[in-house]
Design a protein around this ligand. Sequence first.
Ligand code: PLP
Length: 474
Amino acid sequence: MTVTSSLRLADREQVLAHAAELVLDSWRAFDRARPGQPEPTARHRTLLDEPLPESGEDPRAALDLAAELLDASFSPARPRWFAYVGSSGLEIGVLADALAATHDVNVAIESGGGDLVERQAIDWLADFTGFGPADGLLSPGGTISNLTALTAARERALPGVRHDGCGGHRMALYCSAEAHYSVVRAAEVLGIGSRNVRALPLDGERRADPRACAKAIAADRRAGIVPVAVVATAGSTLTGAVDDLDALADVCAEHDVWLHVDGAYGLPAAATALAGARFAGLARADSATVDAHKWLYVPKACSVLLVRDAEALERTFAHREAYIPHSAVEHLHPVDRTLEYSRPLRALKLWLAFRVHGAAAIREAIERNLRQAQLLAELVERDPALEALHEPQLSALCFRHRACADGGDPRSERAAARTLALADAIRRDGRILLAAAEVDGVPCLRACVVNHRTTDEDVHALVDVVDELAEQLG
Ligand SMILES: Cc1ncc(COP(=O)(O)O)c(C=O)c1O
């Protein structure tokens, strides 16, 4: 007699059809903006206060409740989410996640087809962005990709540091004053120390100054401090600024320092005719981070670390354990190149996105977002109540509402409080989502267009809603 697990779904065909309906309903709802953001109801709160259920319920009812709760959650998949750097849940990526989770392949040990999919997704992304021949890995996010690259850079700068520890060596990192916090966090985790992150001054286009970088490296070397890596930002989180990669590559070549490019947000734009020139020099980098869950539209979490020299990863992470035997001395498992152990097949969603849509359609969607940021800049320029705080280099734009400063000092505490109140009113209103930010001490609103569902009409709505709510706040 065959014994089946009680955890197998009864009526699974019907349950799957029901789940598919819920997904389809959501996709249809995401096609257009909705008039507001529903809050969790009193009934939801009561249900979510219930103790651990000892026995189960009908999966269709449980899935319905899950869908209701998700509907009452802020979702960056919606076309008018302009806050932070969103991810937009590309439909084929959703299906890829379901399929990958079903097989639950672990790309820590050799998995056969899964390894080949990861390999090809890395090759395709390296080709798409112009990074050139690459090895690499998939990770849960830009934070972990940056940490992984900088761990390899530390091992190259101080061979044996993984075993011996820092042994009194002082180390330093060099990056834009507006680099993402994950760089500082990596310095903290790697024993470099956040005080040894040299925040390079910015030029008129908010790019790290390469001459200041060269000077800082030389000064550190004279003081006996080991330079670990220069981190160039290719699309800063705040304004989308792209550092001069060629000039920073020259500095790194001259001083023999690892060049890592943090393109978690911006690097997909390197594939476009509109913005590609900004990324000249990328092919000279030792490593680069690209979050496919940002501007390649696939669902979280899907970050790609591109690395020129796979052996640098192996020297950093490979190890031998009794519970994961190697078949030969030189034989390695995927885990021998990564910071993680158990890893889902994150590459599947990127691989399927490229296969199903083709590079041209993805490039076109990124170009549309670039043009929408230009459109937003034009609308802000035309609106006497608004002021842009920088030119959009990619798809992020910071702008302020003049009424927040009452015609006075835009850096005042009052302007800061009123800008936060406006951002809060926008969130409560729920038609669009924008976050508050600050550029050179000026409180502002920040919009970032990285969603393939966003239309030009949505960009117009953004400005209309900001004006309307600012007026209501007086
Ligand atoms: C430039 C940059 N680097 C790194 C990160 C961190 O990425 P994640 O949130 O995937 O860890 C972000 C996030 O917005 C980013 O914009």
